[in-house]
Design a protein around this ligand. Structure first.
Ligand SMILES: *Cc1c(COP(=O)(O)O)cnc(C)c1O
Length: 482
């Protein structure tokens, strides 16, 4: 037998490869602002044709393959690293985050069992404890890194069910004396529907409570719907406050929701996937007032904290409920230690990558104050954006201090919502196909609009001005159809 296996190409080749990757990544990120934010179309046939060249039988030279895939990613994708990507919370990652990602991949610790990777697990716990403290959660809070907000929210539902119903773990939803229901606003993230489907609650269990004029959960409607549910024999167990809705950045009234949850014995979860980041700024932290009362919280580091995907965080003040929710023991897993719970027995995942390292490293090197300054800068850029759009005759239809601006053109709204939706979609499409910026369309309480979110830490005031001018041109081009 050979001395070395066929996959072991040795450290010199490794070093050469990583240097080549570094050059490609730096080249990609530094030249992205010179090109279009988004491709003209998906070009699926062309992409498949190009991929057909890889039959995985004949090995391809590493440099060719690297250059080719980087080129394909460049040509056929929306660029979240572009300073004029005003998009769906997907950040331009920080260099520290990218470096942390590479380091985690290379060392590849297995974070399923504590004893396998105590340093890695403690680094993640260090970040989670820091987040918990910034949010005002008790020191004894526990949690974990997740793939993203959807997994963190799934975790919240499993923990809430486990806390509410003694028999849920053993007999499941079907063993309960009625149908459990949960409450979230009509503007909440609709991952709740998938989660209800996955957990056996069924999608009908999600009560989407109407919102007020500011797109915040309407407390009177919550009371009405809850009372009707109780009268009809349903089993309410969870109320969710969204801190920073995806569509319009609305902040639900968290202290009132907490009081409601306490009054009715419900688990109170705060979904702060995007806006939870502001906990790092003393100036912006008051926007999250009430989050400290939550039974559990979701925050995504891969949104406004500019970590590469995926890095979500789940935190709860009920460590024992978390442990009951995901307990498992097997003959083949390493035994528990007394120092900390095993991540695989307190979370959805089993084998677990070191998602927390990129967050740890970025916080360690940049420091919290730099994050606070960035978040505050983004808020000011959002204010600039809102002011410029207002001066250009756009009507803002959302009301939030967060840097997410939804606007409509009054001339297009006169002919009703269907026409308005088509018109705003055409204008957004005009902007996107120009390559100058990426924005999207949205409906807020049924009202069509254009959605613009400060998402990249590379965005400058000049980028905001450029977007407004592109948008004004697009609007003029579609004036006759308004
Ligand atoms: C993005 C988002 C989610 C889903 O998070 P992923 O990281 O995409 O899984 C859930 N809730 C809110 C409020 C979000 O903004």
């Amino acid at each position: 037998m050979e001395d070395k296996g066929p996959l072991d190409v040795g450290p010199e080749e490794g070093a050469r490869l990583l240097a080549a990757v570094a050059e490609l990544v730096v080249g990609h990120i530094s030249t992205i602002p010179d090109g279009p934010v988004a491709p003209a179309g998906p070009d699926t046939a062309l992409i498949r044709e190009r991929l057909a060249g890889y039959d995985f039988e004949r090995p391809a030279p590493a440099d060719d393959a690297l250059t080719d895939v980087t080129e394909m990613l460049r040509r056929w994708g929306v660029h979240t690293t572009h300073p004029r990507y005003f998009g769906l919370f997907n950040p331009t990652p920080t260099w520290w985050g990218v470096a942390g990602e590479l380091l985690a991949a290379g060392v590849n610790p297995q974070l399923a069992a504590y004893s396998h990777a105590p340093a890695a697990v403690e680094m993640e716990r260090h970040v989670l404890r820091f987040m918990a403290a910034r949010l005002g959660l008790p020191e004894a809070s526990e949690g974990g890194f997740t793939v993203g907000g959807a997994e963190a929210n799934l975790t919240a539902v499993v923990v809430a069910l486990t806390r509410a119903f003694d028999d849920y773990a053993r007999a499941g939803v079907r063993g309960l004396p009625g149908s459990p229901v949960l409450y979230a606003s009509a503007e909440s993230h609709l991952a709740w529907l998938k989660i209800a489907h996955m957990t056996g609650l069924g999608r009908d269990a999600v009560r989407l409570v109407p919102v007020d004029a500011r797109h915040r959960m309407d407390l009177d409607r919550l009371r009405e719907i809850h009372a009707a549910d109780v009268a009809a024999g349903f089993l309410p167990f969870l109320v969710i406050g969204t801190a920073g809705t995806t569509a319009g950045g609305a902040l639900d009234p968290l202290p009132e929701l907490s009081a409601f949850a306490v009054e009715h014995g419900l688990h109170f979860h705060v979904d702060a996937a995007w806006a939870g980041a502001v906990a790092l700024s003393d100036r912006l932290r008051p926007l999250l007032a009430g989050v400290e009362l939550a039974d559990s919280v979701t925050v995504d580091a891969h949104k406004w904290l500019s970590a590469p995907m995926g890095a979500g965080m789940f935190l709860t003040r009920h460590p024992e409920a978390l442990a009951r929710s995901f307990r498992a023991s097997t003959s083949y897993m390493p035994g528990e230690t007394a120092d900390a719970p095993d991540p695989y027995a307190t979370s959805v995942q089993w084998s677990r990558r070191f998602a927390g390292l990129k967050v740890f490293l970025a916080l360690a090197v940049a420091g919290r104050p730099a994050y606070a300054a960035q978040l505050e800068r983004d808020v000011r850029l959002g204010e600039l954006l809102a002011r410029l759009l207002h001066e250009n005759g756009w009507q803002r239809i959302n009301d939030t201090p967060l840097p997410l601006v939804c606007v409509a053109a009054p001339e297009a709204e006169r002919s009703g919502p269907d026409h308005s939706a088509t018109w705003h979609a055409a204008v957004a499409d005009h902007v996107v196909t120009s390559g100058d910026a990426w924005i999207s369309t949205v409906r807020l309480a049924g009202r069509p609009a254009i959605r613009i979110c400060l998402t990249s830490h590379r965005t400058t005031p000049a980028d905001v001005e450029a977007l407004v001018s592109t948008l004004t041109q697009a609007r003029a081009a579609h004036q006759s159809s308004a």
